[in-house]
Unconditional design. Structure first.
Length: 160
C-alpha cells in the first residue's frame, strides 16, 4: 500500500489511520474509526481469547478490548492508545501503540496461507508504507460472539 489515490469503491483504499501494534505498522480505514483515546480501565473476561484484554466502558457502552499486537503477532507490546472501531455488534477498542496519523493508503492483496484464525478476519490487505510492511485492518468480525455476550453480561452486572 503505497501512498496513492483512492483505489475504488469497495474498501480498496483511501484515508486511513496509521498506528503501531508492537513491531508492526497497521492502518484502519477512517470510516471504521470512531475516535482515538488514552487507554481506559479494562476488566478481564474469563474464557475470552488471549488477544481480548477484557472489556472497558467507552462513552457509557461496554466494548471489548482487542490487543492488536497480540492478535497479529502473539507478542506483548506496550499499549499507548485505544482506537474505537465500528464493529458488527457495537464499538470495539483496539489497544495499540503510537498513532502515527492519517495517510492515504491503497489496499494490496493478502498472501494465501499467510494469515490464519482471528488474524485472517482482521487483515484486509498487506502492502508497504515507505519501506515498511503495512497491514490494512478491518474491524468487522474480530471479536467472537461469546465475548460480546460476556461483555453485555458484565455491563448488566454493573448497571444499577
Amino acid at each position: 500500500m503505497a501512498q496513492s489515490e483512492r483505489a475504488g469503491p469497495e474498501g480498496e483504499g483511501g484515508n486511513s489511520l496509521v498506528f503501531r501494534a508492537g513491531s508492526m505498522l497497521c492502518a484502519l480505514r477512517l470510516d471504521e474509526v470512531i475516535e482515538t483515546m488514552r487507554p481506559l480501565a479494562t476488566r478481564a473476561l474469563a474464557g475470552a481469547p488471549a488477544f481480548v484484554r477484557g472489556v472497558c466502558i467507552m462513552r457509557g457502552v461496554p466494548a471489548p478490548v482487542v490487543d492488536v499486537a497480540r492478535l497479529l503477532g502473539g507478542e506483548e507490546a506496550e499499549v499507548a492508545r485505544f482506537v474505537a472501531v465500528r464493529a458488527e455488534h457495537g464499538p470495539v477498542a483496539f489497544a495499540t501503540g503510537e498513532v502515527l496519523g492519517i495517510r492515504v493508503t491503497a489496499a494490496g492483496g493478502t498472501h494465501p496461507g499467510l494469515l490464519t484464525g482471528a488474524s485472517s478476519r482482521l487483515v484486509a490487505g498487506v502492502g508497504t508504507l515507505d519501506a515498511e510492511p503495512l497491514l490494512l485492518l478491518q474491524g468487522m468480525r474480530v471479536v467472537p460472539d461469546h465475548v460480546w455476550q460476556a461483555a453485555a453480561g458484565q455491563a448488566e452486572a454493573v448497571a444499577p
